[in-house]
Design a protein around this ligand. Structure first.
Ligand SMILES: Cc1cc2nc3c(=O)[nH]c(=O)nc-3n(C[C@H](O)[C@H](O)[C@H](O)COP(=O)(O)OP(=O)(O)OC[C@H]3O[C@@H](n4cnc5c(N)ncnc54)[C@H](O)[C@@H]3O)c2cc1C
Length: 519
């Protein structure tokens, strides 16, 4: 016997095994003492009404051997197999490498940043002493931009099978299996690094290679095909298949494409601020006054509106999180956010961003029109806050009313804040819709509009401002064998979608190779 049952319970009941068991029996109209086993299949919170409910789906079986099982990681020894060179070890690059092994290809990863452990020391220096290492930071290094993040694993992608496979692989390498159940799964900064290390160790054990502090600075194209890669130390690596999974912050890669005369396009993106509230306040608003509740996780929110003909929305909301300095170059400041697995910091933060299109910023045919705008805002914010890694900041109501905050409350942003009027620092195309959008969010969430909330600027690395095009074989249209991939190339907007894109590229390479063999 195998069945699936769905019902709602209160948060308290959803934690009690006996209550769950009794309810399953009732749902299945069982009166006798049948033995059965159950496990969570799906779990989400419905907090729209005062009486909060947990939507529960359970898999019920009469024998534990009937429970659905995870598809394993199909490892094999790929030493001596066809190599695929992968630039970048973010989720796109790492999941490409794992899939390569499953497909019998040998992944060779080049990563400009350091391994997770050494990278952690550089992050500590950045937070404590404001010393930015432009090759080892929150965006560059083993695991990419996702390693020291909240590790939220939900995506707007609709491909359920692919999403499930990416989550399964996370579980295979050490993530809590609850991520397969929760509607809004997340891993947490404290747990992600060891998962990333487990992936790397498996890649090497199977015969793949991972090279840290190895920046790819050029590639050579002969007769329309990629032929070799050049590393920063001058070495050359022969290649036929290269995956460019370098993320949205590797601007040098965009310039490299431009200098080689290869096609690029401007891509709309979003820019704004990172807002921080007390987590207690967000819990109170979202859970209708329930506070310090052992039965509910720290609350999150997702807000969206239209203002001044622009989409304004919350982005990468981190309950119980920390605002982090995410710059990658000198002369800029950038914010983003992360949370530990328990999300137990006293603050909640979220990007509040305004979507902008290339044509609003200048010549839409200039591939760098959005990138230049992004750079300019990051530079202006850096200059406005005293040319360090401190960020310009303002209390929320003061921003709406256009006055510099007399003082700023303590926030989680370690390097520190400088009080300014962000209306003067952010361009009007951002500041105006942002003001209106925030006022609307205050109407939607009673209590959100408080002068205890602080805006940190800018939140500017929401997605890539440049698109590297690709054809139906997923290669760059000008270069055979060169595969733009993941967020940097414009095909992903988060950890899971980047991971899915990495796996998809490998499938395309494997398909191409198998059809060559068939010819
Ligand atoms: C602080 C923070 C929190 C985030 N929180 C979340 C979250 O909770 N959920 C979510 O879905 N997303 C989150 N994101 C976004 C997410 O991390 C990215 O969407 C994702 O990592 C993109 O994956 P990627 O593999 O395409 O690129 P990246 O992760 O950016 O990886 C690219 C890698 O390429 C390397 N590289 C670049 N150039 C070169 C070169 N020339 N040679 C060699 N290596 C190179 C870089 O060092 C980097 O490691 C967060 C990002 C940050 C910064």
């Amino acid at each position: 016997m195998k069945d699936t049952v769905q019902f709602q319970l209160s948060p308290e009941e959803a934690k009690q095994e006996e209550r769950i068991k009794a309810r399953i029996q009732k749902e299945l109209s069982w009166t006798g003492n049948q033995d059965f086993y159950f496990k969570w299949k799906r779990r989400s919170i419905d907090a729209r009404k005062q009486a909060i409910r947990i939507n529960c789906t359970f898999e019920v079986v009469s024998d534990p051997s009937e429970f659905s099982v995870l598809e394993p990681f199909h490892e094999q020894n790929v030493q001596g197999a066809n190599p695929v060179h992968i630039i970048g070890s973010g989720p796109a690059g790492l999941f490409a490498a794992l899939r390569a092994i499953e497909q019998g290809l040998r992944p060779v990863i080049f990563e400009r940043g350091k391994d997770v452990r050494s990278r952690r020391r550089d992050l500590a220096r950045l937070n404590r002493d404001m010393i930015l290492d432009t090759e080892s930071n929150y965006c560059f290094g083993e695991g990419g931009a996702g390693t020291y993040s909240d590790g939220k694993l939900y995506t707007r992608s609709k491909k359920r099978g692919d999403i499930h496979r990416a989550l399964e692989l996370f579980v295979h390498f050490g993530a809590d299996p609850d991520i397969l159940v929760d509607a809004h799964p997340h891993i947490g900064t404290n747990k992600l690094p060891q998962i990333i290390v487990a992936m790397r160790e498996k890649i090497i054990e199977c015969g793949g290679e991972v090279h840290f502090e190895t920046k790819v600075v050029d590639f050579d194209v002969q007769n329309g095909k990629v032929n070799s890669l050049r590393l920063e130390d001058g070495k050359t690596v022969q290649t036929e298949h290269v995956i460019i999974a370098t993320g949205h912050s590797a601007r040098d890669i965009f310039y490299l494409f431009r200098n080689k005369g290869l096609a690029l396009q401007a891509k709309g993106f979003a820019l704004g601020v990172r807002i921080e509230h007390k987590q207690e306040l967000i819990d109170q608003i979202q859970y209708h006054g329930r506070l310090n509740d052992d039965f509910l996780p720290p609350a999150s929110y997702s807000l969206v509106t239209q203002a001044e003909n622009h989409g304004v929305y919350s982005f990468c909301m981190c309950p119980g999180g920390i605002v982090a300095p995410c710059a990658t170059g000198e002369g800029e400041v950038v914010t983003n956010g992360w949370s530990p697995s328990k999300r137990n910091n006293p603050y909640s933060n979220s990007g509040i961003v305004v979507a902008v299109l290339p044509e609003e910023l200048g010549d839409r045919n200039d591939p760098f029109v959005c990138l230049n705008f992004q750079k300019e805002v990051e530079h202006r914010c850096w200059a406005a806050a005293g040319k360090t890694q401190k960020v310009p900041a303002q209390r929320l109501v003061d921003f709406i009313e256009g006055r510099v905050s007399k003082d700023l409350p303590e926030t989680s942003y370690k390097p520190g804040l400088v009080s300014v009027d962000l209306n003067q620092v952010l361009p009007d195309i951002i500041a105006k819709p942002l003001r209106k959008g925030l006022v609307d969010f205050g109407r939607k969430m009673k209590g959100f509009m408080t002068n205890e909330a602080v805006l940190h600027a800018p939140e500017s690395r929401t997605s890539s401002p440049v698109l590297i095009p690709r054809n139906e074989k997923l290669m760059h249209p000008d270069v055979e064998g060169l595969y733009p991939c993941g967020e940097g190339a414009g095909y992903a907007g988060g950890i899971i979608s980047a991971a899915i894109d990495g796996m998809k590229i490998i499938d395309a390479i494997a398909l191409g190779l198998s059809s060559e063999v068939g010819e």
